[in-house]
Write a protein that binds this ligand. Sequence first.
Ligand code: ZN
Length: 247
Amino acid sequence: MRLKVFSSSSKGNAYALIDSKGNSLLLECGVPVVEIKKFLDFNLEGIQGCLLSHLHGDHSKYHKQYLDSGIHVAMGIETATGLGIENHHRVKIIEANRKYTSMLNEFTVIPVNMVHDTPCFGFVIKHEEMGNLVFITDSYYSPFKFSNITHWLVEANYSEGIIDSEGYGTTNSLVRNRVLESHMSIENLVKLFRANDMSKTKNIVLTHLSDTNSNEKEFIKIIQRSTGKMVHVASPGLVLDISINPF
Ligand SMILES: [Zn+2]
């Protein structure tokens, strides 16, 4: 199983999970669909679907291209109505805390409610090749604890230290307050990992780092130190083997 990062920032968010048979599950619609097609060598039949967390443009901007390409996109009802696509035949409305399977039953998905300034899902995704992966984006904190998680794909947007330091980081107070109430700080992420059983965890991938209010090297160090796990930053182009038993 591979995790591919297409983009992970306020400019656009898109990821894919691709198993050894070529089945893939897409996360978010934040890059032009042609980028996805190229990476998958135009093997669109292998795409089991796409999960969309919420309606903000950096996650949903290219949803129409995905739907037009025959890709089924799953999302909450508020996201669908907000985008005006609730009746589209390739939109699948999903509900929090229910279990869904992909078209070929390869991936199992449970959406969970996150804490953002608009309704937003996180997802627990299961596949026999990777175990359980948690995807959390655009959330102030996680209202849930998770168990048996082998991989975390999780937002580390800003540092409370950087955002409040004078002369560095976001100085516009409106932006600052919005970020503080709707995105995950590195400090809250440390608390999240402390509250969860991390014994099965193999990889932590930090996503959605702010351009101005984060520090990549520092963030990796902080999370490595507090969890003792492999920590990566979701740089565009990253391909990570997240198999449970890599060769
Ligand atoms: Zn958002």
